[in-house]
Design a protein around this ligand. Sequence first.
Ligand SMILES: NC(=O)c1ccc[n+]([C@@H]2O[C@H](COP(=O)([O-])OP(=O)(O)OC[C@H]3O[C@@H](n4cnc5c(N)ncnc54)[C@H](OP(=O)(O)O)[C@@H]3O)[C@@H](O)[C@H]2O)c1
Length: 343
Amino acid sequence: MYHPAETRYDTMPYRRCGRSGLRLPAISLGLWHNFGSDTPHDLKRELCQAAFDNGITHFDLANNYGPPPGSAEEAFGEILKTEFAGFRDELIISSKAGYLMWPGPYGEFGSRKYLIASCDQSLKRMGLDYVDIFYSHRFDPETPLEETMGALDYIVRSGRALYVGISSYNSERTREAVAILNDLGTPCVIHQPSYNLLNRWVERDGLLETLEDLGIGSIAFTPLAQGMLTSKYLGGIPEGSRASQGKSLNKKLLSDEMVSRLQALNVIAEARGQTLAQMALAWVLRGERATTALIGASKVSQIEDCVGAVGKLDFTADELAAIDATAPDEKLVNLWARSSEEV
Ligand SMILES: NC(=O)c1ccc[n+]([C@@H]2O[C@H](COP(=O)([O-])OP(=O)(O)OC[C@H]3O[C@@H](n4cnc5c(N)ncnc54)[C@H](OP(=O)(O)O)[C@@H]3O)[C@@H](O)[C@H]2O)c1
């Protein structure tokens, strides 16, 4: 039987999510990859245990995580039952709806029909009465925003979620969504954008300033650029890595030019006494820009490495300048640009 580490709250900082009462760990764990039926259940269990033992109280899911879609929520539901029974109140669990989940006109985007049905399905798969945060996973250009936000409001009022958030909405859409939610009396507490050293769309968009102005927290997803910002690819593409699997990380991104830039970033990280992954996470968290960095992991050792980032979150001006001169803002890293930048 699993007994969480007594020391689990000793080193992880918990940062206030915007102006809400919710505090989130500086590092959170997402279950997009490595929690589908192609991964042994024991490994999924070990990853969740290692996360919680290291102070990661926030687990991020979505209806479509797998493969197949839904299987990550089913696996996590099993882990909640067998490992975390009795610890529900120490956990922040999120889910989302927005991407394709089932066939036909009601299985994706932002209609009331889809969001409420999908939330019910997610709760069932995880065996939960409620999720802590429920997100609109992407902006829907065809459904009135009033309808999508109205569905989020209903999801909270009906007890299915405690808080709501939006993901990959640009500043303009965020302001519109937040105004509607405020009118409805269900504030938006969190925004989930992609953000890392190689993908700075939030800086070009001004989203971070928008969120600060609105008093909304943020959870930066793919802070390691799916693993590019770690030591993993410094000497080529290792067997079994995400880039080798032909899934969401296109190996063409790891050109000779990119790898030499990653090697140069690694030198900066070493001079700071950090691994490249730790420096990339610290960079996203610097100056409270993001409330929390939302990592993925395929090994327990990766989680242990990543949580070490919190030991040094500050940067000198020289370090930031050296990083800026080395890390390219590579547009192809942002797979989610259609939702955020092209609406
Ligand atoms: N809202 C959205 O639209 C959206 C979209 C995408 C993701 N997300 C969320 O963000 C979460 C994280 O996404 P992500 O998995 O792409 O994040 P990521 O942290 O950028 O990449 C995770 C991958 O990096 C590698 N890695 C992690 N730590 C490492 C370390 N210390 N040393 C070496 N390699 C390391 C592993 O790759 P290997 O597997 O190759 O070992 C791991 O699977 C998702 O699970 C999901 O919750 C949200």
